[in-house]
Design a protein around this ligand. Structure first.
Ligand code: AMP
Ligand code: MG
Length: 332
């Protein structure tokens, strides 16, 4: 079966094509067009405009790389939510139009579940503790029967958002997360910042405000910025690792999966890996597939389809607030 997945929740218009004929899952094309604002954060309307301008190009490019025609596609999947309304609707419109015009079955996929499924698939994992960290989401989950249950999560902003907003205040260009990571490498002196863990949940907005306020300290220099990036990462990541470790101990999980855009961060990978090692459990991060992409959408669509899930056209409207734990997981 050949599946074309379309991702479009925030910054990336992604088109992934996979084929599972012959038992083994093959990735045929993975095209990603990434919107990056010249200044400031993501403007949802410009992101949508970017997607509208790139949808046709990206889909054609993915088909060409796969040496396929749209008529060869057996199933279309797209990111139904959560995400930025205008971006979601643009990606959904391209998927729904393709489906109607070419009579190809269509499935709306939960973006967060897709981040999880790609990790489980690539890591050959079985019921791992999931640490899902992206721009808008920060959740610690584990599968409970037919759902991904949330053990802990951010009470306010996502970890990626924290890094992006912090970086923006200091003039870094979007996405600021990787730039904060680079600057942190030159940081040496730890600056005290608020560390707020409440049971299995964490609070990040106070940490953001406090870190930004350091800018108004007299004599603030570039060197201080490196120290601040280092301290911000150490503080926020330690909070996340503390909650993850608590979850691991409570749930007796034997594997830890780190997924979502912030999962690209080498320091976070190192900290979670060390934690997993201390508990003698396997740690996995889907390198190259942490960031938003169409492959994870195609893969989740395929799993849904094989589990017998079908959606009527009316059911493929976007769901801007589509929680991870509201999706019925009907596959192993
Ligand atoms: P996603 O939407 O899942 O692709 O995640 C996007 C978020 O991941 C943004 O907030 C980025 O700043 C963040 N991000 C991407 N790469 C890194 C990195 N190397 N370190 C920290 N955050 C990152
Ligand atoms: Mg994402």
């Amino acid at each position: 079966m050949i599946v074309l997945g379309i991702e479009g929740t925030a910054h990336t218009f992604g088109v992934g094509i996979i084929n599972d004929s012959g038992g083994e899952l093959k990735i045929l094309a993975d095209v990603r067009k990434v919107y990056s604002p010249a200044e400031g954060g993501i403007n949802p309307y410009f992101a949508a405009e970017f997607m509208a301008g790139n949808a046709d190009i990206a889909i054609k490019e993915a088909l060409k790389i796969s040496d396929l025609d749209i008529r060869d596609i057996d199933l279309l999947a797209f990111s139904q939510g959560p995400g930025l309304g205008p971006a979601l609707r643009t990606a959904a419109t391209s998927a729904r139009t393709l489906s109607l015009y070419h009579s190809i079955p269509l499935l709306g996929v939960n973006h967060c579940v897709a981040h999880i499924e790609i990790g489980i698939h690539l890591g050959h994992l079985q019921n791992p503790l999931i640490v899902y960290v992206s721009g808008g989401n920060t959740q610690i989950l584990i599968r409970r029967e037919n759902f991904y249950g949330i053990f802990g999560e951010t009470m306010d902003i996502g970890l990626g958002n924290l890094l992006d907003k912090f970086g923006r205040e200091f003039g870094l260009k979007h996405p600021q997360g990787p730039k904060v990571e680079d600057l942190a490498k030159s940081g040496k002196n730890f600056i005290d910042l608020p560390y707020t863990v409440k049971g299995a949940n964490l609070c990040l907005s106070g940490l953001l405000t406090s870190a930004i306020r350091k800018k108004s300290d007299e004599n603030f220099t570039y060197k201080n910025l490196c120290d601040l990036c280092y301290s911000l990462q150490e503080t926020a990541f330690s909070m996340l690792v503390e909650v993850s470790e608590r979850a691991l101990a409570h749930l007796n999980a034997e594997q830890v999966l780190l997924t979502g855009g912030v999962g690209n961060n080498k320091r976070l990978q190192e900290m979670l890996m060390l934690m997993a090692k201390e508990h003698n459990v396997k740690f996995f991060v889907p390198e190259n597939y942490c960031s938003d992409n169409g492959i994870m959408i195609a893969l989740t669509g395929l799993k849904m389809f094989k589990a017998g899930i079908r959606q009527k056209f009316e059911e493929t409207k976007v769901k801007q607030r589509f929680r991870t734990d509201k999706v019925e997981i009907l596959w192993d």
